[in-house]
Design a protein around this ligand. Sequence first.
Ligand SMILES: Nc1ncnc2c1ncn2[C@@H]1O[C@H](COP(=O)(O)OP(=O)(O)OP(=O)(O)O)[C@@H](O)[C@H]1O
Ligand SMILES: [Mg+2]
Length: 505
Amino acid sequence: MKEKVLEVKNLTISFRTPNGLVRAVRDVSFDLYKGETFAIVGESGSGKSVTNRAIMGILARNGIIDGGEILYRNQDLTKLSEANFHEIRGKKIGMIFQDPLSSLNPTMKIGKQITEAMLVNGDRMKNRIKDLYHIEYHDYLNKLQEIRLEKQRLINESANIKLDENLTLKEKTEKINKIKAEVKENIAELKKDLPELKTKYLESKKRATAQVKQEKEELIKENKATLQALNDKLKAKKLDLKEAKDEHSYQAAKEEVHKITKEIKDAKEQLKRKFKVTKKEAYEKAIQIMKEVNIPDPEKRFHQYPFQFSGGMRQRVVIAIALMADPEILICDEPTTALDVTIQGQILDLIKQIKKERDLSVIFITHDLGVVANMADRIAVMYAGKIVEYGTSEEIFYNSKHPYTWALLSSVPDLETKDKLLSIPGTPPDMLFPPKGDAFAERNEFALKIDFEEHPPFFKVSDTHYAATWLLHENAPKVEMPKIISDRIARFKQRSVGEQVDESK
Ligand SMILES: Nc1ncnc2c1ncn2[C@@H]1O[C@H](COP(=O)(O)OP(=O)(O)OP(=O)(O)O)[C@@H](O)[C@H]1O
Ligand SMILES: [Mg+2]
């Protein structure tokens, strides 16, 4: 069994707007395994970006996580305080967006942008102290966050009650007052632990600071001794140089002086690196990663501005920035949509390559199933804020069961005819008022009566493949995927077999 690196459970997110609550993500669950590429596919507005922005902890201010969990290394990211999230965002979980220009600063040299985070977060002694009192500090912050979330719950639930048309004004007031009392009680209970948690964290911080201070002094002492020895050696060699009797011994002494001078410089740099990330160190790492993402001539490119790069090269820079922190998870939100087809292929290949080399877990978001055909291990199809089908790439491409997935498959441009077979008729539902049953029913030519009334549960197709469609119910009429799509899939299949043969040559 592969290791799970991220678990999203029943995630539900809405946005407060002047017109009411937009139900952007509704009860979404999925796991991400180590080293896999998990694609999330769906039309515009289906909730792909919102889901992933929640994982990154960068939801818009009017966004509310109504429920669910995002588990990363046993921590629920939905309940993490901002300071704790800072340890994860961009470090453990990196993200690249559709438009590389919007993620780059046009007035700052590329090299500076690539090394910035490493330098800013590079105080190693400070980080070491933080690591030492991390557990107690986070316990304290998380308690504060629980209190904050409880207050937020009051605001959210009150807003929901106010919008409920089935309640009278009196009933609304009563309900809100009940929640108010409940929240007040919960907060009082939560606050009880605060003083003790605070004392614990402050004590732990004090201990950590003293310990690191001592470590620092020892390092300096050690280094001083090394430097002293080197300096003595240098002095002696300089004397040799001065007193050299012939050309041969002069040259030999000169070389020695050179060597020791370099050793001294290195020893100083090594000491500096123990305290903080040095500019030289950040530069070396940036050049290495620029090479990894295939930016040619990195030493020259390091000193250039974004406008001097093509779209594809800019996206490589953005990927380099994400890789600087050696993340474990990389979220790619439509990273190739703004690029032309050839460049798109190159960036997809690059993501595939770095994923493999670094054993990264990738979440790849796209509206185009065609894009992920050759790169996703598993695919989830999203519609109107819900996952409607998920399975391995094979299962989704060759054996999909949800009519919406069929519709997506049919809207992938055909390489042979160059045109889209079908476009999906109708428009996605208004998420201010999500439909009661299957949100796709309105646009689904195979819709059953129940589709308009009740949301379908997930039906199991295989251990790895599930689809939420009433068509899979044992009493539903047998509906096969439209022939026009199955023919097309057969062609797909043939072609990808052909490609694999090509690759193995
Ligand atoms: N800040 C916000 N305020 C109100 N509604 C929002 C906000 N952000 C997103 N939404 C709504 O949430 C829903 C999901 O949006 P999301 O950006 O996740 O879609 P998407 O699947 O990424 O689509 P696209 O392919 O267009 O990027 C949409 O209905 C969108 O209008
Ligand atoms: Mg999006």
